[in-house]
Design a protein around this ligand. Sequence first.
Ligand SMILES: Nc1nc2c(ncn2[C@@H]2O[C@H](COP(=O)(O)OP(=O)(O)OP(=O)(O)O)[C@@H](O)[C@H]2O)c(=O)[nH]1
Ligand SMILES: [Mg+2]
Length: 278
Amino acid sequence: MLLTACETGLQTGEPPEKGSTSQSVPDTILFYSFFIYYPLFQRIGHPLADGETETPMKILTADYIISAPSLKDCPDFQGCPEIVLVGRSNVGKSSFINSLTQRKNLARTSNTPGKTRYINFYDVNYAKTKSSKDKVMMVDLPGYGFAKISKTEQEKWRNNLEAYLSKRESIRLVIQLIDSRHGPQDNDIQMYEWLQYNGRRVQVVLTKTDKLSKNEVSKQMALSARALDLSTSDLIAFSAETNAGRDQAWTALLEALSLPQLPTVSNDTEDSEEDLAE
Ligand SMILES: Nc1nc2c(ncn2[C@@H]2O[C@H](COP(=O)(O)OP(=O)(O)OP(=O)(O)O)[C@@H](O)[C@H]2O)c(=O)[nH]1
Ligand SMILES: [Mg+2]
């Protein structure tokens, strides 16, 4: 409130009222103190400001490897574990990869939905301790629920995604991103259930939390947990803008990598009633 008043005063250039405190404070001091205090006030009011800490994970290298049109085109990375990003178009999958790898433009992001085509592989080498070096493949997938592509194209992509997600043996964790502002939509719930049915470990992450207040984030966490039959502690609130939730995401990722690999379930996805909708 104080700052808003200061700002308004500065913008309108209104003379201070008689007897007001600003009468005795030179304008230049008020002007400069705005720049000093405004970021601090923003932080106090911001729900996720403490999430901005640098991740303790040291990223050694992060490189784009290849874009594969379908499962049969995916290279054999000789047992390198894969962490896959799924979610509706524009939810922030590519931005999530950039945040976790601390690279601005590793995965291509865009305001225009449907930017990511193909199955994109990013090779990430990281160090948990000074002497260790580990490798994971982060996999960026096209988003689902993008209405502006033809039915035939949607069908083709659905089949490609289903085949990759259900049959690729090196997948160790699927990170399902859901826009925190909207909560799980029907196709998110369907995707989540389909992944469970296919025996995948899933970590649900709510994205773009910087766009909500702290209270709204809590509400959306509760709502999303209920819709997916999870508890709120199973969910991660994340923002690629502030990097809030990044450490938690890395922790979930490392935990999944440390667990024994689940066997690939051989459901017949062609005829199954559990097929994913568009
Ligand atoms: N404010 C805010 N914007 C975000 C965040 N994450 C992503 N965005 C923006 O949302 C838009 C879509 O982000 P992308 O990372 O390209 O989303 P995507 O899920 O990869 O999209 P597709 O590849 O089209 O499926 C971009 O304009 C991003 O800058 C976030 O945490 N906060
Ligand atoms: Mg993308």
